[in-house]
Structures are given as structure tokens and as C-alpha cells.
Design a protein around this ligand. Structure first.
Ligand SMILES: Cc1cc2nc3c(=O)[nH]c(=O)nc-3n(C[C@H](O)[C@H](O)[C@H](O)COP(=O)(O)OP(=O)(O)OC[C@H]3O[C@@H](n4cnc5c(N)ncnc54)[C@H](O)[C@@H]3O)c2cc1C
Ligand code: FES
Length: 247
């Protein structure tokens, strides 16, 4: 699907947790789970657009779930319904969901949950059975919107919900035929290594700093067995066996 560059209408932009916001924009677009858009407020003090993954889409609107990290995401959080936002996408490849009936684990850490919610719902639609492991530092968010067919395992490092500790401590890949993960690199490295040891298919979605978002500037490269690859164009989803993850 070719990408578009357009000015989109914000329909909703609200806080759902301490520093986590959901933004819904008018966007008639076909996207695949794992794909992302580059967003920028027209008169933003930040020169570059910021990449955000698709969290939900109904083919007429696209929703993003984002965490305030710096100036760019802070600017997003101050926008209101009715404001316009510049959007380019959909960009990047997607998770391979082109199989049916497989027992799949989706593993997220922190705001890495954003693309995984959309992914988990697509997997369910395709007839897969999905267990969703989500690790948080503090209070969990978004777990209540997951389809009831999805079995959810929660961990919190601060011990405020679910297992007290890291999600990697309660995840065992041997129960699954396929594993998909997004979150902090140290977490994804442990998950990918566990899967590789047991020869289980593992897809990893990388969240690298970006500039152009379309393969031209090489800001977003990551190391793989086959040389340096661009996260925005060759990814963001890679085979866990191929990636060389450095914490
Ligand atoms: C393909 C892709 C999809 C993404 N999807 C989402 C999403 O759905 N929701 C979401 O909240 N975020 C997502 N991100 C991360 C998001 O793009 C960054 O958090 C955002 O660009 C930060 O911009 P900022 O101006 O607020 O902060 P900046 O001022 O740019 O940075 C603030 C701090 O965060 C660090 N930082 C910035 N970007 C990243 C990054 N990519 N990885 C690690 N540290 C970073 C900086 O080093 C700095 O310390 C995604 C990134 C990629 C590449
Ligand atoms: S952000 Fe420019 S090549 Fe990826």
C-alpha cells in the first residue's frame, strides 16, 4: 500500500493514564499490524515528525497510543479535537499474520503495547489463539480493552498489578508456535534468545529514533546478521533470529 502525506482531523485526544494518551484521527487508510505513521503538528517547535504505531483502526479512523517522552509527544498531548495534524503513512512492513490456527504469544513492554493491541485483535480475527503478556513499570493500561478471547498476563515492576517483576520472568515460549514482541530492547533480546534456543518463530518490532521515516537518511539503522538495515523501510518488524540486539 503506497503511503500518503495528508493533513488529518483529530477526533479525540485524551489522557488514559499518567503520561499515556490516545489520539484518534480521521484517516481512510488500509494498514497492517506493525505499521506506523509519521506525525507532526504544523507549527510544532520540533522540526522532525515523530513515528507512532497503529493502535486501532476501523478503516475510517486510525488511533495512536503514545507516551510523553519529550517535546514532540508533549506537543501532541496538548492538541484538541478539531485540530489538524500532518500525517505520513502507512510506513514500514508489518507482522506476518498470514497463518491460521497457531498458538501465538504477544509480548509487550511499556508503550510497546501500542502496536500489539491491534496485532492481537487481527490474530484473533484470523483464527489464532492468542496469549498476551504485557509488562509495565507501574500501573497497567489498555489491558481492559483486549478481546475476551485473549488470555492476558500482566506484570508490574512496582508490584501494583499482576506479577511483581519483569514480564520475561513469567514468559515461557515452549507453549507457543509463534511469538511476537515489542518493547524495550533488553526485554526483546531476552524473548528473542528464549525463542531461538527452542527454535520458535519470533518476530521483533524495533522502535528506533527516526528522521525521514522513508528510508533515505539512515538515522534508524539497526544491526542484523545480513548487515545494517533501516527500521523505517526494512522493518520495523524483523525476524528475531536475524537481529543483533545490543542493550
Ligand atoms: C516504528 C516506531 C513506532 C513507534 N510507535 C510508538 C507508539 O505507538 N507510541 C509511542 O508512545 N511511541 C512510539 N514510538 C516511539 C516514539 O516515536 C518516540 O517516543 C517519540 O518519537 C519521542 O519523541 P519526543 O519528541 O517526545 O521525544 P524526544 O525529545 O525525541 O526524546 C525524548 C527521550 O526519549 C528518547 N527516545 C526518543 N525516541 C526514542 C525511541 N524511538 N526509542 C527509545 N528512546 C527514544 C530520547 O533519547 C530522549 O531521551 C515508536 C517509534 C518507532 C520507531
Ligand atoms: S528514518 Fe530515515 S532511513 Fe529510516
Amino acid at each position: 500500500m503506497p503511503y500518503e502525506y495528508l493533513e488529518s482531523n483529530i477526533l479525540l485526544n485524551h489522557k488514559i493514564s499518567e503520561d499515556i494518551f490516545e489520539m484518534k484521527v480521521e484517516l481512510k487508510n488500509i494498514t497492517e499490524p506493525g505499521q506506523f505513521f509519521m506525525l507532526r503538528k504544523n507549527d510544532s517547535p520540533t522540526f522532525l515528525s515523530r513515528p507512532l504505531s497503529v493502535y486501532y483502526t476501523d478503516k475510517k479512523t486510525v488511533s495512536f497510543l503514545y507516551q510523553i517522552k519529550g517535546k514532540g509527544t508533549q506537543v501532541f498531548s496538548l492538541m484538541n479535537p478539531g485540530d489538524k495534524i500532518d500525517i505520513m503513512g502507512p510506513l514500514g512492513n508489518s507482522f506476518n499474520t498470514d497463518f491460521c490456527g497457531k498458538k501465538t504469544a504477544v509480548v509487550s513492554g511499556g508503550i510497546g503495547i501500542a502496536p500489539m493491541v491491534y496485532l492481537a485483535h487481527e490474530l484473533i480475527k484470523n483464527g489464532n489463539s492468542v496469549d498476551f503478556y504485557c509488562g509495565f513499570k507501574g500501573m497497567p493500561y489498555c489491558t481492559d480493552i483486549l478481546d475476551k478471547k485473549i488470555k492476558v498476563f500482566i506484570s508490574s515492576q512496582e508490584g501494583v498489578a499482576g506479577y511483581h517483576g519483569l514480564i520475561t520472568e513469567i514468559f515461557n515460549p515452549t507453549a507457543y508456535e509463534s511469538v511476537m514482541t515489542c518493547g524495550p530492547v533488553p526485554m526483546m533480546k531476552i524473548i528473542a534468545n528464549m525463542c531461538q534456543e527452542k527454535n520458535i518463530l519470533c518476530q521483533v518490532s524495533m522502535e528506533q529514533h527516526m528522521a525521514c521515516g522513508m528510508g533515505a537518511c539512515l538515522v534508524c539503522t539497526c544491526e542484523t546478521e545480513h548487515g545494517m538495515k533501516r527500521v523505517c523501510k526494512d522493518g520495523p518488524v524483523f525476524d528475531g533470529k536475524e537481529l543483533i540486539l545490543n542493550d
